[in-house]
Design a binder for this molecule. Structure first.
Ligand SMILES: Cc1ncc(COP(=O)(O)O)c(C=O)c1O
Length: 295
């Protein structure tokens, strides 16, 4: 389990994570009325920051939660948080809830001030591409609401699904609905047939994933075809390769689903090619000059 780092940000101030406190009447706590982002940091630099901030903006907009900070302020907050936690490699979690009220009302009262929270944590260790055995997944019916495109903290369906995977020693639960692939409990899922990478259409049923977009771009650069469209469960079952991706785990090969091997049960050659592209991309970003703190 990747541990949290000591310094957090809460409502305009940095303090030890251990002593950070919010009201129990915060709507994030009472209703899951909050949105969040998870941003990897390589060499002190938030990775795909513009994409994450754009998705945060969209999530806030869809729920009519006021945006507490313009992008430049977010960057300054993240830079300070990263520096205060020693820089280097980590991930940053940031959350904006609608705020707290005096009491509890389902209907949203006017004039609440959002609660803004961020902390940093270690990134999970990555296997070397040559040495990785890949990960196992299980499938389950998608039991979540129909606005999974919003990155909200309402994650009970995801949490229960992840726990079911962990209970059988698997890394991920892949959600299925209406005979089609949706996504993982905390990841996007891509399916490879021959030289084609298939991805479900972005819709209200799945999160627009930053790492999926990058993986598809790198797949194209590696000479693969990308097909975005419905992915029937039969295509998942018959896949040569299956990949899961998210901000903290980058791109992982899924080698077994529901105890059946994917392809030959080993990380596939196309995964190796795209993972090599991803590693080169991450190295190039890490080699850029450090971001200058904003005034
Ligand atoms: C449900 C779900 N889908 C997809 C993703 C992948 O999104 P990203 O690549 O932006 O991390 C995540 C990430 O946590 C997720 O929770």
């Amino acid at each position: 389990m990747a541990g949290p780092l000591p310094v957090a940000f809460l409502n305009g101030a940095f303090s030890p994570l251990e002593t950070a406190r919010i009201s129990p009447l915060d709507r994030g706590f009472l209703y899951g009325d909050a949105v969040y982002e998870v941003i990897p940091v390589y060499a002190g630099r938030p990775f795909l920051l513009a994409e994450h901030l754009a998705r945060l903006e969209r999530s806030l907009h869809e729920l009519s939660i006021p945006q507490p900070h313009p992008a430049a302020q977010w960057l300054a907050i993240l830079q300070q948080l990263i520096t205060a936690n020693g820089g280097g490699t980590m991930y940053v979690y940031l959350q904006v809830s609608r705020g707290s009220e005096w009491g509890r009302n389902h209907a949203i009262p006017a004039g609440l001030a959002p609660t803004v929270f961020a902390f940093a944590a270690e990134l999970p260790a990555e296997d070397s591409p040559a040495g990785t055995p890949g990960v196992r997944a299980i499938t389950a019916p998608d039991c979540r609401w129909n606005r999974c495109d919003i990155k909200s903290t309402n994650l009970l369906g995801n949490v229960l699904a992840k726990t079911a995977a962990a209970a059988v020693g698997a890394t991920e639960t892949i959600f299925l609905a209406d005979g089609e692939l949706r996504e993982g409990s905390s990841s996007a899922i891509l399916v490879v047939h021959g030289d084609t990478v298939r991805a479900p259409v972005e819709s209200r049923a799945i999160l627009p994933s930053t790492s999926r977009r990058l993986a598809l771009k790198l797949a194209t650069e590696a000479g693969l075809r990308v097909h975005v469209g419905p992915v029937p469960v039969a295509a998942l079952v018959a896949a040569d390769e299956v990949w899961m991706c998210n901000a903290t785990r980058a791109l992982l090969p899924v080698v077994a689903i529901d105890d059946r091997p994917v392809g030959d049960g080993r990380p596939g050659r196309h995964w190796h090619a795209v993972r090599a592209g991803l590693d080169a991309y991450r190295r190039a970003v890490a080699d850029l000059p450090p971001l200058q703190p904003l005034a």
